[in-house]
Design a binder for this molecule. Structure first.
Ligand SMILES: Nc1ccn([C@@H]2O[C@H](COP(=O)(O)OP(=O)(O)OP(=O)(O)O)[C@@H](O)[C@H]2O)c(=O)n1
Ligand SMILES: C[C@](O)(CO)[C@H](O)COP(=O)(O)O
Length: 222
């Protein structure tokens, strides 16, 4: 098996509200994208495609050098994943799809997901239990009911797939959007396996997340 990765970094990061696309914001002087790529490489992945805004392809390739091939993304996350998938070397048969925004996802998580992808489990997602009580509310803010949280998981990336399956899922999806790649596989009727996630794989979405990631990084560093 040859494992490759698509790191999607072409989003604007509107909820973060920085002066540049979110993946190019720095944590400890290093962009979120570089952090994510470094951890994928530490997890044993060598064929990496980074998907960035069209205008940043050249400078990102210079930034990452041999660590990743850089291509332009699309309007939606799903379009960016498809662009990265198309650029992976032909010999890659297992693909990890990862958000640059989950820049601290550790190498151990990368390896756990990659090794869980098998012929019997061709689609694998990492996830964590829900720790809060979950309520369903109506449009006026009134509680409709309390949801059983026991079977729920908060799903992260990297998500791992047999390449042929992921390509089939994206081809079948067309313009019908999903918030993660596993959902496209689920639509094909293929069961997706869940493995244990990692709190460090938090998604940097808001300024508060960025501050938390910065703090975690200082705690992780020797
Ligand atoms: N057209 C897009 C949209 C998102 N992404 C990537 O998908 C990941 C998860 O998306 P999210 O964290 O929601 O990022 P943004 O879409 O940039 O955030 P926002 O919704 O706040 O604008 C990010 O690494 C982001 O760069 C992408 O590559 N291409
Ligand atoms: C793919 C993902 O990270 C899984 O949790 C997530 O769905 C992407 O987040 P978005 O905010 O919906 O782009």
């Amino acid at each position: 098996m040859t494992t490759g990765a698509v790191v999607v970094a072409a989003g604007s990061g509107s909820r973060l509200g920085a002066d540049r696309p979110k993946a190019f914001v720095q944590l400890a002087g290093v962009t979120l994208l570089e952090h994510a790529v470094a951890r994928l490489r530490d997890g044993g992945v060598r064929a990496i495609v980074a998907v960035v805004p069209d205008a940043l392809v050249g400078q990102t390739q210079a930034l990452l050098g041999d660590a990743a091939q850089v291509v332009a993304g699309g309007a939606e996350r799903q379009d960016s994943v498809a662009a990265g998938l198309a650029a992976l070397p032909a010999d890659v048969d297992v693909v990890l799809v990862h958000d640059a925004a989950r820049c601290l996802a550790p190498a151990a998580l990368v390896a756990r997901v990659a090794s869980a992808v098998t012929a019997d489990s061709p689609a694998v997602v990492p996830g964590l239990p829900v720790v809060d009580t979950v309520k369903e509310v109506d449009a006026s803010g009134l509680v409709v009911g309390t949801v059983d949280r026991a079977p729920l998981r908060r799903v992260q990336t990297p998500q791992g797939f047999e390449r042929a399956l992921l390509e089939r899922a994206h081809a079948a999806a067309g313009d019908s959007a999903a918030t993660d790649d596993a959902a496209l596989v689920e639509r094909l009727g293929v069961r997706v396996r869940l493995v244990e996630g990692d709190p460090l794989a938090l998604k940097v979405t808001t300024a508060e997340d960025l501050a938390l990631a910065e703090w975690l990084l200082t705690r992780l560093s020797p």
